[in-house]
Design a protein around this ligand. Structure first.
Ligand code: 4HQ
Length: 228
């Protein structure tokens, strides 16, 4: 999977190149190519933004600079272009799975008051929001997409654990325990030491339903809706 990221702050993406994602890059399972939009400014001061037509606060990123940055990407015919914005469809695990089937994703990160609407209309296939709150830029959302999508690429995770986990079945995960067997007077659930795989599986499923009902009853309602 190839990710091209159009951003004014490529250094923010260092945070992503650790641990599991770092290893996925080393193993060439994913490729993250950072493109600094500022490199495409024709201005002598490398300016990329200007005041909004019609007035108002803040600055808007110029469409020509964004377009030239986008155009520098080679072989983008089959790429999906995603713009991170609070106006987008809210990201969820279903979208993660869909996007993980793509071969090439281009992520456009805005800053300041945003990007001139004309270039968004011209190059963007899909607008995605990571939630109903306002950030200073699209970089953190882009990293959220890369991280969550990469987990579905074969070889990125050690186990075949993506099918069993939270949200894949639409429910929260059961609690996990490790050594020591007793911590601050609290023992681990007895069934987990029984070695009876059937009973353990049943207990975990019950826990999953109980926890989802207590913490996220909205998820159970969503599941009911899907089965109707
Ligand atoms: N922004 N989900 C404003 C977001 C955001 C979000 C990104 C703030 C783009 C210009 N993006 N810029 N929430 O708040 O994706």
């Amino acid at each position: 999977m190839k990710f091209d990221v159009l951003t004014l702050f490529p250094e923010m993406f260092q945070a992503l190149q650790e641990s599991i994602i770092g290893r996925a890059i080393e193993k060439e399972l994913i490729d993250i190519n950072l493109i600094n939009i500022r490199d495409f400014s024709k201005d002598k001061h490398k300016k990329v933004d200007d005041t909004p037509y019609g007035g108002g606060a803040g600055m808007v990123i110029r469409p020509d600079v964004v377009y030239d940055a986008y155009n520098s990407i080679e072989q983008k015919e089959n790429a999906k272009v995603i713009y991170l914005s609070p106006q987008g469809k809210v990201f969820n695990q279903q979208k993660v799975k869909m996007f993980s089937k793509e071969k090439h994703i281009i992520l456009l990160c805005g800053h300041y008051e945003g990007i001139d609407q004309r270039v968004i209309d011209e190059i963007v296939d899909e607008e995605i929001s990571i939630g109903d709150y306002v950030l200073t830029g699209g970089e953190l959302p882009a990293m959220v997409l890369i991280d969550s999508i990469s987990r579905y690429i074969n070889g990125v995770l050690n186990e075949a654990s993506t099918e069993e986990e939270s949200f894949s079945n639409g429910m929260l995960e059961y609690p996990q325990y490790t050594r020591p067997e007793e911590f601050h007077g609290k023992k681990i659930p007895e069934v987990l030491k029984s070695g009876h795989h059937g009973n353990i599986k049943k207990w975990r499923e019950e826990q999953s339903i109980k926890i989802t009902g207590e913490k996220r009853p909205d998820l159970l309602n969503d599941l009911k809706m899907q089965s109707n």
